[in-house]
Design a protein around this ligand. Structure first.
Ligand code: O2Y
Ligand code: MN
Length: 616
């Protein structure tokens, strides 16, 4: 089959389409009529295409080509300052019934939303090229993979999708006449020709003040308007691989999760695969690329953000990373904190909203200890060391192919995925949550996932110390009611039975009375992995607590680590009074979610409270 790499006709009647899927061809034809682009380009995903698009963006001033000796084939994009992150308040789940979206999602009636958006999309690509981006989430041909087609007028989104997904001809070839696929419509909402035919100049980062990131879970559609940034415009990622996929997963008996995947090899050479959910901005990429300080241990990366997990024919839970690249947050990623990520981005990388050095390379806070004396900041303005404002935007990003990671596991793109032995939940908690604990059973693990939270640390976030719940790290990403999602976890656990992975909770961020971190984190987290693996292998014991099973100090790998006096006890302290107080916030969360909270989780909360009262 040949894929067109040229202009396509402008009206529906003329389009036979370059795929074998009549529904795909028809959708592209209909969108062409609605969006009224100047050209249509079916993406092939070749390196020639990447070169053409990046060169075009450089010529137009939308990308800066970096110094090719320092950072070959790499580029810097600077976004509009009003378009720098996912827009949660403009993200909608448009199920037929509001109760199916649940109270934690913004809801609008699908018909109403489609009518409103159709008018915004009408003519929104006038004067621009419309790119058709066929893509596979998951290795091509994997039984766990899913196909999508993104239509976009953002060449930045195209080159990013090329890095982040299996995009182009190989995806089109998977699309048979009856293959299911997800339509993902995206426009930056900045037509170059208005309704009366008047032309305007383009800008370096076109976008629109009116933004909509919209999901139709029943019809498995994504419509995104007005933003060119990250999660709003790379529709394979959060929109498809989490929000739409979570609904597909519920209906098909699997799980789409906001989880990294790692392969851990013990000094004895035994291999275990772990999946771990952490809320956004809690160091997932760092953990996915951990370099153990404990001798003999090896950690290899399979994914840093999303996992699709499905019970296999033997009843075990298998996982793939549906992505092909990393879209990592740049500030804080440094030679000390994540040397693997720094090595990964040696070239072939798109940087967004970071600083530019005088010799044409990139920099951000935390990349090195000392900032270069002079930089251009993320908006291209002159910047000097010592200025109070950061040079890079705090949500500045690198987009890089996963196979450039020096510690990528061989299995990272195995179509069969890997068997998951343990699931970890981790938040950013200054108090209450121990360094590590093991859930007593799957149901307790679901309770730990459901109550995952971080403390609010800045007044701007709300009352300092109040919990910000992020169940399963999925609060912004679950495409349906949160209580129903918890029930789905319970159902999958029941199906897996004795084959279910063991569940652990971790917290690298606990602070002592003096406000300093009690645990060094980063590579030292290998000590926690050691305990988890030893638990899986049955070679260490544990003590019961309201938090689950806790390690015994003598059995925990502390050699060579100088923990401050008292730190161990503080790391594992479970104070009944503080826990009781926290349980009241859990009750508030459950009450907010309402009637769909599974009864077993409510009972568990009640039992926990009785246990805590008895310990006062
Ligand atoms: O702000 C954005 O558009 C990116 S958000 C993101 C990107 C990569 C991985 N995770 C996240 C997240 O918010 O969890
Ligand atoms: Mn994420």
């Amino acid at each position: 089959m040949t894929v067109m790499f040229s202009e396509a006709p402008r009206s529906a009647e003329h389009v036979a389409g370059p795929t074998r899927s009549p529904s795909a061809n028809e959708w592209v034809a209909q969108m062409t009529e609605l969006l009224q682009p100047a050209d249509v380009h079916w993406c092939t995903g070749t390196s020639d295409e990447f070169d053409l698009l990046t060169e075009k963006l450089v010529q137009e001033g939308s990308l800066v080509r970096l110094n090719s000796e320092r950072r070959p084939n790499s580029f810097l994009a600077r976004s509009d300052p009003r378009d720098v992150a996912r827009s949660e308040e403009r993200t909608f789940i448009c199920s037929e019934r509001p109760e199916d979206a649940g109270v934690t999602n913004n809801w609008r009636a699908p018909d109403e939303m489609k009518a409103e958006l159709t008018e915004l999309f009408r003519g929104s690509m006038r004067g621009r090229t419309m790119y058709v981006v066929p893509f596979s989430m998951g290795p091509i041909g994997s039984p766990l993979a899913k196909l999508g087609i993104q239509i976009t007028d953002s060449p930045y989104a195209v080159i990013s999708m090329q890095i982040m997904t299996r995009m182009g001809t190989e995806a089109v070839e998977q699309l048979g006449p009856d293959t299911e696929w997800v339509p993902a419509l995206h426009s930056v909402g900045y037509p170059l020709i208005d309704d009366s035919g008047v032309r305007r100049d383009d800008v370096a980062w076109p976008c629109n003040d009116e933004k909509y990131i919209v999901h139709f879970p029943e019809t498995r559609e994504i419509w995104s308007y007005g933003s060119g940034y990250g999660g709003n415009s790379l529709l394979g990622k959060k929109c498809f691989a989490l929000r739409i996929a979570s609904v597909l997963a519920r209906d098909e008996g699997w799980m789409a999760e906001h989880m990294l995947i790692i392969k851990v090899t013990s000094p004895e050479g035994r291999v275990h695969h772990l999946a771990a959910a952490f809320p956004s901005a809690c160091g997932k990429t760092n953990f996915a690329m951990l370099q153990p300080t404990l001798p003999g241990w090896k950690v290899e990366t399979i994914g840093d953000d999303i996992a699709w997990l499905r019970p296999d024919d033997d009843g075990r839970l298998r996982a793939i990373n549906p992505e092909r690249g990393f879209f990592g947050v740049a500030p804080g990623t440094g030679v000390d904190t994540n040397p693997t990520a720094v090595a990964t981005i040696w070239g072939n990388t798109i940087f967004t909203n970071v600083a530019l050095t005088v010799d044409g390379d990139i920099w951000w806070e935390g990349l090195t200890d000392t900032a270069p004396e002079r930089l251009a900041d993320w908006q291209g303005r002159p910047w000097m060391r010592g200025l109070p404002a950061p040079a890079a935007h705090p949500n500045g990003r690198f987009t890089v192919p996963a196979d450039q990671c020096p510690q990528i596991a061989d299995e990272w793109d195995d179509p069969q995925g890997v068997v998951i032995d343990a699931i970890l939940f981790g938040g950013r908690r200054a108090s209450n949550i121990p360094l590590v604990s093991e859930a007593t059973d799957w149901e307790h693990g679901v309770f730990l996932g459901a109550t995952l939270s971080s403390e609010q640390t800045a007044a701007a976030e709300g009352p300092v110390g109040k919990l910000r719940h992020d169940p399963f790290a999925m609060l912004p990403f679950c495409g349906y009611d949160m209580g129903d999602y918890w029930q789905h976890w319970l159902d999958v656990g029941e199906e897996l039975g004795d084959n279910a992975p063991r569940i652990f909770q971790v917290n690298w961020f606990r602070k002592g009375a003096d406000g300093s971190f009690l645990w060094p984190g980063f590579g030292e987290n290998s000590r926690v992995l050691d305990w988890i693996v030893r638990r899986l292998e049955g070679s260490v014991s544990a003590v019961k607590s309201p938090a689950g099973s806790l390690p015994i100090r003598d059995e925990f790998a502390l050699d060579g680590l100088e923990l401050p006096a008292g730190a161990w006890n503080e790391l594992f302290d479970v104070d009944p009074a503080a826990w009781l107080q926290e349980s009241e916030q859990t009750t508030e969360l459950f009450d907010r979610i309402g009637a769909t909270v599974p009864k077993v989780l409510r009972h568990r909360l009640t039992r926990l409270r009785w246990d805590l009262v008895s310990r006062l």
